[in-house]
Design a protein around this ligand. Structure first.
Ligand code: DX5
Ligand code: ZN
Length: 230
C-alpha cells in the first residue's frame, strides 16, 4: 500500500495568479523553482462563470516550460478540444466530472492522445462517483473551492474528501495521484498531504506572497518536508 504522508508531494503553481503580461519571464522563473508541474486553468464562461485563457496562450507558455503542463479544463464539452490542447502542449489533461456525461469515453480519448488523464470533482461531488472509473485515471483533482476564480477561501471539508478519494483509489487498485486545487497555503498544505494529497496547486499563495514565488515555493517545499505525517 502507498504511504501518502511519506512521499514528497508535487507542487503545481497556477498561472492564473501569475503576471500574465510577462508569461515568458514567469514560465522561465518557474523553471528555476521548486515547482514540479505548471498548472494551467482554462475557463470558458459556460461551465464556470469566468473566462481565463486557452490554446494560443498554452502554446506560448509551452515554448519556455521546463515542467509538465497540467491543464485543468473548466469548460463545457471538453471532448471537442482535447486534441487541440495536446497539440498546444498539454501533458496532463483534467476534465470535470460535472461536464462529462460520457466520462469514460473522454478519459480514453485523453489517454489515446498520449496525455495523462485527470478528472476533477467540484466541492459538492462525492468521491464515490468515481468508483467505476478510478482504475483508469492518472489524476483525481479535488476542488477545494468552487471553480472559476483564484484567491478564494479553502473549503475545510476538502480534507475528508481527500481521505475518501485516497480510500477509493486504494480499494480500486488505482495508482492515480490526488491533486488539490483552490486556497492551498501553508495553513492547510501539510494536513492535505497527511490526508492523502499528492499534488498541491497554489495560485495566489505563491504569486501574491511578499517573499515572491521562488522563495514561497521553496518555503512550501521545506514546510512539507518538516511536517510529514501531521
Ligand atoms: C480555480 C482554479 C485554481 C486557481 C487556484 O478555479 O482551478 O487552479 O488558480 O488559485 P488559488 O490558489 O489562488 O485558490
Ligand atoms: Zn485549477
Amino acid at each position: 500500500m502507498t504511504q501518502p504522508a511519506c512521499r514528497a508531494p508535487l507542487l503545481a503553481p497556477s498561472f492564473l495568479a501569475a503576471d500574465l503580461a510577462n508569461l515568458q519571464a514567469e514560465t522561465e522563473m518557474l523553471g528555476r523553482s521548486a515547482a514540479d508541474w505548471l498548472h494551467f486553468d482554462v475557463m470558458d464562461g459556460r461551465f464556470v462563470p469566468n473566462i481565463s485563457f486557452g490554446l494560443p496562450v498554452l502554446q506560448a507558455v509551452k515554448k519556455y516550460a521546463r515542467q509538465p503542463l497540467d491543464v485543468h479544463l473548466m469548460i463545457a464539452e471538453p471532448q471537442h478540444y482535447l486534441e487541440a490542447f495536446r497539440d498546444a502542449g498539454a501533458d496532463i489533461i483534467t476534465v470535470h466530472y460535472e461536464a462529462c456525461p460520457h466520462l469514460h469515453r473522454v478519459v480514453q480519448q485523453i489517454k489515446d492522445l498520449g496525455c495523462r488523464a485527470g478528472v476533477a470533482l467540484n466541492p459538492h461531488t462525492p468521491a464515490a462517483l468515481l468508483a467505476d472509473i478510478a482504475a483508469d485515471l492518472d489524476v483525481v483533482l479535488v476542488m477545494s473551492v468552487n471553480p472559476g476564480f483564484g484567491g478564494q477561501a479553502f473549503i475545510p471539508s476538502t480534507l475528508q474528501k481527500v481521505a475518501a478519494v485516497r480510500k477509493l483509489l486504494h480499494e480500486s487498485g488505482s495508482a492515480a495521484l490526488i491533486e488539490v486545487d483552490g486556497g492551498v497555503s501553508l495553513a492547510n498544505a501539510a494536513a492535505l498531504v497527511a490526508a492523502g494529497a499528492d499534488v498541491l496547486v497554489a495560485g495566489n499563495f505563491v504569486f501574491s506572497h511578499p517573499d515572491g514565488p521562488l522563495q514561497t515555493l521553496a518555503n512550501l517545499r521545506a514546510h512539507l518536508a518538516a511536517n510529514q505525517g501531521i
